[in-house]
Design a binder for this molecule. Structure first.
Ligand code: ADP
Length: 471
């Protein structure tokens, strides 16, 4: 069942339910109040007759009944054989049987309804006694036609049924039209989505022809955003596949070339075996880097979360940097504030060593590499500054992309990495809720800053987050 049909049916059903409850109430109220009015009139006539009657030991003497106009009256009294016989009536000609024979035995006043020929009568039977609790001498029966009540009942039923039916029909039709108009943008969206799927073209977007504040407008915006994200993901995936194949091909070609060479030579060649070993190591490194990156990006990289003295960590890294630099560049220590961060010691060390290795690699011999740590407003800023080649501004935004290398020819020379180091560093820092930024001026040098939140700030934030729950 379509949403449009469901909405229309639901809406119409509720209206029909409300109308039927309301209609039934009105109907019952009106019928009851009309019957009550009629009964009230009959009671007052009966009361008038009883009030105007005279009683003594011989019996009851009723006033002239023919003066009563709009209510038919019969008086039935027991004769000498104790049979009820008609004593008086205001009907002419008189009716030879009681209006309601069933009630001529009651001991209290009683209303009943009877059918006579083709009319319905409301009958009030009043026992006649000389005094209260005395034996019943006879009965007075008053009858009033229910014709007016029945007619009003019929007319009201007709109006209520007709009106309700028309209202439900009208509501159904207008509900169908309104639901159609409201759901039309959704229909358009569905068609657009189908077209996008069929054309296998994620670059298409759904035209926004509804206000952005409306539900449909927001849905279109969200859908387009999803498309954009999907497009980026697919493009990224394709690029990754192309990059990985490309990167894997180079070492594999080298391995294959060296194997061919040895085959042709018919013997093992030390140089070729060395090259094969180096290329296989490069391959293994690349594959494990890719795996690490994939896990870091998707948040599946298990990270320790322990308090670390960041200044001490930097000192440890500083010593390793000196070994790595091996005298090629001077490794110096700059600002050295103290501060604690929460994170994974080994992974953070890996990030810093990566930045240091890059700095050493891209700085000509005799240059400098300065490591620093500063405590700035609850954040620890760890800087790795070199006096190397620098990175052109247009490349600075791309160096964190995987496989991206500023100088592609460097890779071919065989001394560069696969372009994964900075991506891994970026994601590890991101997973620590920190950020990695670069400042560089070509020809002068580069600074990489790792920003990590101080442990105090982290615990303060945790406390603040817990407060509303406890309060
Ligand atoms: P790689 O493994 O090739 O070093 P990275 O992801 O670590 O890959 O770095 C990406 C690119 O960024 C490098 O190829 C290099 O061109 C550039 N780069 C990184 N660090 C520096 C630096 N300190 N100075 C100049 N260029 C750098």
């Amino acid at each position: 069942m379509t949403l449009r049909l469901r909405l229309t049916l639901g809406y119409t059903f509720v209206l029909a339910l409300v109308l039927s409850i309301f209609g039934t109430l009105v109907y019952l109220l009106l019928v009851n109040s009309m019957t009550a009015q009629l009964e009230h009139a009959m009671i007052s006539v009966a009361d008038d007759v009883i009030y105007s009657s005279r009683r003594d030991l011989q019996g009851i003497f009723l006033p002239p009944l023919d003066l009563i106009g709009n209510v038919a009256v019969q008086v039935w009294v027991r004769d000498s054989q104790q049979q009820l016989a008609q004593f008086d009536t205001n009907l002419s000609p008189p009716l030879d049987h009681p209006f309601d024979p069933q009630t001529l035995t009651v001991e209290m006043r009683k209303f009943s309804s009877v059918g006579m020929e083709d009319t319905r009568l409301r009958v009030l039977t009043v026992p006649l006694t000389l005094a209260a609790d005395d034996h019943i001498l006879g009965y007075m029966q008053l009858a009033s036609s229910l014709e007016i009540v029945d007619q009003a009942q019929r007319s009201l039923l007709l109006v209520l049924l007709g009106g309700s039916l028309a209202a439900v029909l009208l509501a159904g039709i207008s509900g169908w039209l309104i639901a159609g108009a409201a759901l039309r943008p959704l229909d358009l969206m569905t068609h657009a989505a189908i077209r996008i799927t069929r054309a296998d073209d994620l670059s298409r977007r759904i035209e926004l022809d509804a206000p952005t504040s409306s539900e449909v407008g927001r849905l279109i915006l969200a859908f387009n955003e999803t498309l954009e994200r999907l497009e980026n993901l697919f493009t990224g995936q394709r690029r990754l596949l192309a990059d990985v194949s490309h990167e894997l091909r180079t070492p594999l070609t080298a391995i294959r070339g060296n194997l061919d060479l040895m085959q042709r030579m018919g013997r093992l060649d030390d140089e070729s075996i060395e090259a094969i070993t180096a290329e296989s190591e490069r391959l293994t490194r690349m594959v494990s880097d890719l795996l690490l990156l994939a896990r870091a990006e998707t948040g599946h990289l298990p990270l320790e979360s322990e308090p670390l003295e960041a200044d001490k960590l930097l000192l440890e890294v500083f010593q390793q940097a000196q070994v790595l630099a091996d005298g090629k560049v001077a490794v110096l220590l700059g600002a050295h504030d103290q501060g604690c961060v929460i994170g994974d010691r080994d992974r953070l060390k890996q990030v810093l060593l990566n930045l240091i290795a890059n700095g050493i690699q891209h700085t000509p011999a005799g240059g400098e590499l300065v490591l620093s740590i500063e405590n700035i407003e609850g954040w620890m800023k760890i800087g790795v500054t070199d006096t190397g080649l620098g990175i052109p501004p247009e490349e600075q935004t791309r160096i964190f992309d995987r496989f991206y290398r500023v100088d592609q020819s460097r890779r071919r020379a065989g001394d560069g990495g696969a372009g994964l180091g900075l991506s891994i560093a970026y994601w590890i820092v991101r997973r620590h809720d920190g950020c990695l930024e670069v400042e560089s001026s070509p020809g002068h040098g580069t600074t990489f800053n790792v920003w990590l939140r101080c442990a105090d700030l982290v615990s303060e934030e945790l406390e603040q987050a817990a407060e509303p729950e406890s309060g």
